[in-house]
Design a protein around this ligand. Structure first.
Ligand SMILES: [Zn+2]
Length: 340
C-alpha cells in the first residue's frame, strides 16, 4: 500500500473500476461550468483549461488517457476554457495528513495514525461549520492523503478571499480570543480603558478566560486548544513554548482532557498559559492549507480519480465518523499486486 500506481494499473483502474455514477452530483450537475486539469506524467497538472459538456465526455477522456492525476476547479465560470466570466467558487478547507502541525505520531510521511488524525480534525471543523456558522451543502472528499471539505452553501460561494480567510481562522482557532477575555491583559490595560470596557459588560466579564465562555468564538477556540493539548507529542515547534513549559503541559494535560481548565492554568501559571495558547493559535493556522481556502480559481483533485502517487482513490465520504480509507479507498488493483 501507498506505492505508486504503474501505467498499466492506471489503465486498468479507468477501464474496469472507474464508475461514472460515483461522480458526485455537485460536480456532475454543473460540469460544463468547471475547468478541468490533468497531470499525465506525474509532474503536476500542466494540461489545464479542459472543458467537458457532460460526464460522458469526461468518461471517454479518462478511458483513453488514464491520467496520472485529474483535477477540477472549485470555481464556476461562464467561459471555463478561458477561466473567464467567473460566477462563484466553493469554499474549501484542505487538511493534508502529511502537513498536520499537531500530531501524536512522528512518522515522516503518511501512516494510518496521521490519516486518522486528519479525519478527526475534519470532523471537528465540520461541527463548527454546521453548528456555529449554520452552513449546509457541505461535502467531504477523501483526497488520497487527507481530506477536502467542499462547501457549496449559497451564503459562501460569492465571498472574496479576505472573508474566506476570516472564516478559516474562526473554524481552526487561529486567534486568541480578544483581550477582554484575558485577566492578564486587563491588568496591563490602563485605568481608562478598563472603565470603558466595564460600561457595557457585566461585572467581572473582562476577567473571564476563553474556557469560561460557553458560546461563540471563545468556545470554538477552547475546543481547538483542548484538541491540540491532547494530541501534541512534545516535538511541536512553538516560539512561545520552551522545553520546560512543554514538559509541564504534557504532565498536566489530563486536567484539560477532563475540562479542569482552572486547575490546569493554576499548575502552568497565568503568563505561561497565555504563552501556550498564543503558540497553539499559531500552530492551528497550519491545520488547514490557507492558500487553498483563499484561492478562488484553484483546481482540486477530482473525486473518483486515482491518486497515483499512493494508489488511493479520491472519493466522496458519506460518514466521516466511520470512514476508513484503508478499507474504502483502496483500488482493486492494489489487492491484485504480488505479495500484497
Ligand atoms: Zn504517521
Amino acid at each position: 500500500m501507498f506505492e505508486p500506481a504503474t501505467k498499466a494499473e492506471r489503465k486498468q483502474y479507468y477501464t474496469e473500476e472507474w464508475d461514472i455514477k460515483k461522480l458526485p452530483e455537485f460536480i456532475n450537475e454543473n460540469i460544463h461550468n468547471r475547468e478541468f486539469g490533468f497531470d499525465h506524467l506525474g509532474r503536476g497538472p500542466n494540461d489545464r483549461h479542459r472543458v467537458f459538456k457532460n460526464s460522458n465526455e469526461l468518461k471517454k477522456f479518462l478511458r483513453i488517457r488514464f491520467p496520472f492525476a485529474a483535477y477540477c476547479s472549485v470555481a464556476f465560470y461562464n467561459k471555463p476554457r478561458r477561466r473567464g466570466d467567473w460566477l462563484k467558487s466553493e469554499l474549501i478547507f484542505d487538511v493534508d495528513a502529511k502537513d498536520i502541525p499537531i500530531r501524536s505520531c512522528d512518522c515522516d510521511g503518511v501512516c494510518e495514525i496521521c490519516l486518522d488524525e486528519a479525519r478527526q480534525i475534519v470532523s471537528n471543523i465540520l461541527d463548527t461549520l454546521k453548528d456555529d456558522l449554520g452552513l449546509t451543502d457541505i461535502h467531504v472528499i477523501y483526497s488520497g492523503r487527507g481530506y477536502h471539505i467542499r462547501i457549496l452553501d449559497k451564503n459562501v460561494m460569492k465571498l472574496n478571499s479576505e472573508v474566506r480567510s476570516q472564516i478559516l481562522k474562526y473554524v481552526v482557532g487561529a486567534e486568541v480570543p480578544k483581550s477582554k477575555y484575558s485577566s492578564i491583559e486587563s491588568k496591563e490595560r490602563n485605568y481608562y480603558a478598563q472603565e470603558v470596557y466595564k460600561k457595557d459588560r457585566a461585572p467581572g466579564y473582562d476577567k473571564m478566560d476563553h474556557y469560561l465562555i460557553p458560546f461563540g468564538y471563545p468556545a470554538v477556540f477552547t475546543k481547538r486548544v483542548k484538541y491540540a493539548i491532547t494530541n501534541m507529542n512534545g516535538t511541536e515547534k512553538m516560539e512561545e513554548v520552551n522545553p520546560k513549559l512543554m514538559k509541564d503541559v504534557l504532565k498536566y494535560r489530563e486536567m484539560v482532557q477532563k475540562d479542569e481548565w482552572g486547575l490546569f492554568k493554576n499548575k502552568i501559571g497565568p503568563i505561561r498559559y497565555r504563552n501556550l495558547v498564543e503558540g497553539i493559535s499559531k500552530l492551528n493556522m497550519g491545520l488547514v492549507d490557507a492558500k487553498v481556502s483563499i484561492d478562488l480559481k484553484r483546481i482540486l483533485r477530482m473525486p473518483t480519480s486515482l491518486h497515483s502517487k499512493v494508489s488511493m482513490r479520491c472519493m466522496e465520504v458519506k460518514n466521516i465518523e466511520t470512514f476508513d480509507p484503508l478499507k474504502e479507498a483502496v483500488p482493486k488493483f492494489v489487492s491484485e499486486r504480488k505479495g500484497y
